[in-house]
Design a binder for this molecule. Structure first.
Ligand code: ADP
Length: 416
């Protein structure tokens, strides 16, 4: 007898069709990308991981995938992905993909939540987070099921976030050192102005006392002259020098702060032309000192013409200023391509810089010899470094005392 709530007696054929429908509904409605790789030639699991990876790249193709995966890769329908080789989707782009496959093999053909780099339809590199499960039958790997999620945007946002954090950290450190240097260096002339102003006050009150209490005219004249001719001019001289120093420091600070605010206009730079302009501008000084220049053929780079000119002007100007008076000064400017970078070198035969100063010379207002008669504010190299950092380049120094300096500048190369 057949009751109302009795489950109908399903044929095996019906059960398998329901199961297939359920499976299709599950795969097609999933928001995760699902794919299955079939191996044209099943892989012997006893083969070495390297051999197995080669076989995967050669023989694995997509036999099945859902629309979600097709869309992630930039296709309209799953049929466009079916039949593609594994190597077309997950190429040996980075060592990461090969590492992932090695781990998949070593861990018994199952890995979870691992990153892979893949290529979209437009050949854009995408990052996925996914799992792989291999089907092994009779000692051979026949197919691999995969589930994955597109995390390209998350990764890009993370990279951007990290870059912003690093630049924020760098800016904070710069601000801190700027504050320290400013307060420290501006204090010295200020203390001088305070001290000598007090001495001026004292000299004025001495004058009043002398004028009130000294009846002898000759003696009075002598005492007043001593104060007016000696004490007061000395004090005023110190005060004026300190004010000039403060003025120079504030002007230097303004130059540095302006640099951070102006827009960069990077163009393809003919560096031989730029260096020729730099040398021409420093010609009078260089001729006086009998400087010999050797300029090699320089590669082109990308940069803001006026800022890069400023960098090379500072470097060549320093090479002339800090010459060794006992030796002829030769300045060599060379450059070469290194990968995507153009690396330039300004080398001199000057007095050189000992290792302990190699980091400090980039600091604002730092001079190896603060009492040097050679004119300078101690910001030329600070400016140079800032400009190069703004160009995402590098600047560094190699030098030994007595053996001259070699300043290197690395910028993005700009082709022929
Ligand atoms: P400034 O030249 O105004 O002092 P810089 O920032 O350009 O400031 O240089 C900082 C210090 O580094 C200089 O005072 C000098 O002592 C040292 N220096 C820079 N370039 C050279 C060089 N080519 N040879 C020797 N010393 C140098």
């Amino acid at each position: 007898m057949k009751s109302e709530d009795q489950v109908p007696n399903l044929q095996t054929k019906d059960v398998s069709s329901i199961s297939e429908q359920r499976y299709q509904a599950f795969i097609q409605n999933s928001s995760e990308g699902i794919w299955c790789l079939e191996l044209e030639v099943p892989i012997d699991i006893k083969a070495s991981p390297e051999e197995q990876i080669n076989c995967l790249y050669r023989d694995a193709y997509v036999i099945e995938c859902n629309d979600a995966l097709a869309r992630m890769l930039g296709f309209n329908q799953r049929e466009q992905v079916v039949g593609m080789r594994m190597g077309n989707l997950m190429p040996r782009l980075s060592s990461g993909n090969v590492d992932l496959l090695q781990e998949f093999i070593r861990s018994g053909y199952r890995i979870n939540e691992r990153e892979s780099q893949e290529l979209s339809r437009n050949a854009e590199v995408m990052v996925f987070l996914g799992s792989l499960t291999g089907v092994v039958q009779d000692g051979v790997l026949c197919r691999v099921w995969g589930v994955k999620r597109d995390i390209t945007k998350e990764k890009q946002a993370n990279t951007l976030r990290e870059a912003l954090l690093a630049s924020l950290k760098e800016k904070t450190q710069e601000m801190e050192s700027l504050l320290y240097v400013t307060s420290h260096d501006l204090r010295t002339p200020l203390v001088n102005i305070q001290g000598f102003s007090q001495r001026m006050e004292k000299a004025c009150s001495d004058l009043v006392h002398i004028l009130e209490g000294e009846p002898d005219q000759d003696c009075l004249r002598e005492k007043i002259l001593a104060i007016a001719n000696e004490q007061m001019p000395v004090c005023l001289n110190y005060i004026t020098t300190s004010i000039n120093k403060m003025d120079m420091l504030i002007a230097a600070l303004l130059r540095i702060s302006r640099l951070g605010r102006s827009d960069l206009n990077p163009v393809k730079l003919d560096m031989n032309r730029l260096v020729a302009e730099v040398i021409r501008a420093l010609k009078t000084q260089a001729d006086q000192d009998g400087v010999v220049f050797h300029v090699a053929k320089l590669p082109r780079c990308l940069g803001d013409a006026s800022e890069i000119n400023q960098v090379f002007t500072n470097l060549v100007d320093n090479a002339i200023k800090y010459r060794n008076i006992e030796k002829p000064l030769i300045i060599r400017i060379t450059g070469e391509l290194s990968g995507t970078e153009a690396v330039y070198c300004v080398a001199d035969t000057g007095c050189g810089i000992s290792q302990e100063h190699h980091e400090k010379i980039w600091t604002m207002f730092y001079r190896l010899n603060p009492r040097s008669p050679i004119a300078g504010e101690g910001i030329g190299l600070t400016l140079a470094r800032r400009i190069i950092q703004r160009h995402s380049g590098r600047i560094w120094l190699e030098s030994l005392p007595g053996e001259g300096c070699r300043f290197f500048v690395s910028l993005t190369a700009a082709g022929a």
